[in-house]
Design a binder for this molecule. Structure first.
Ligand code: 3PG
Length: 224
């Protein structure tokens, strides 16, 4: 048996189904970087109440893991992705805080291998066909396309659909209220991600009503 086949066999096909059911719940996944732990729950609650029920919380800040724990407890019906996972050690931390899924900005062989054995599904970040092909070999079928705008945007996604039409993406990076719709119109896009729903100025001002409105605008405009 080839290496590729034995790797493919390790990945349960339900993994794609799990990611699809998470991504189907929201066309838009807000990306959160929680700087102050006391902001975690009100911020996540504002997004959730605005209609965005799938959140990516990045491991970019010191209080990220504690923020994820608190958000998970306060919003048991939200789907929590742990983002900016760079290493298998961080992947394990995401498992420990009961992440629903893991998101990576890019990929390494180590992450691809770890993700195959983890009970928590991964949305690996890719920007090129080669990275996509490597993930494909491991059995991955759903990807984050990052950084979307800087890596060719819509044109690149259309081009990916030529050789690998079955792959589906969550483009992130440079996406906002004005271009999200164009991405969502593509056949191989299941949802989009972005930090435009969590502006630092509104978080610093603790303006949760404004964030709830931003979320509502996105949820209503991009509803399936
Ligand atoms: C991410 O990690 O996905 C990005 O920071 C989000 O990109 P954006 O800030 O351009 O939306």
């Amino acid at each position: 048996m080839t290496v590729e086949k034995s790797i493919d066999k390790q990945l349960p096909s339900t993994r794609t189904t799990e990611l699809d059911s998470i991504c189907l719940k929201a066309e838009v996944i807000p990306v959160l970087a929680v700087q102050r732990i006391e902001d975690a729950v009100p911020l996540a609650r504002a997004l959730f109440e605005g209609g965005l029920t799938v959140l990516e919380i990045t491991l970019r800040t010191d209080c990220a893991l504690e923020a994820i724990r608190r958000i998970n407890e306060a919003l048991p019906h939200a789907s929590i992705g742990v983002g900016t996972v760079l290493t298998p050690a961080q992947y394990r931390q995401a498992e420990e805080v009961n992440a629903d899924f893991v998101v990576t900005p890019g990929t390494t062989e180590a992450l691809y291998r770890y993700g195959v054995t983890s009970p928590v599904p991964m949305l690996p970040g890719v920007a090129t066909v080669s990275e996509l092909m490597t993930g494909w070999q491991y059995g991955y079928r759903r990807f984050k396309f990052f950084p979307a705008e800087a890596s060719g945007g819509i044109k690149a996604l259309k081009a990916f659909a030529g050789p690998i039409p079955e792959a589906r993406f969550c483009p992130t990076g440079g996406i906002g209220i004005n271009n999200a719709e164009d991405y969502l119109a593509l056949k191989n896009v299941m949802c989009v991600g972005g930090s435009w729903l969590t502006p630092k100025s509104l978080i610093d001002a603790e303006d949760w009503d404004a964030i709830r409105s931003l979320a509502r605008e996105a949820a209503e405009r991009f509803h399936h």
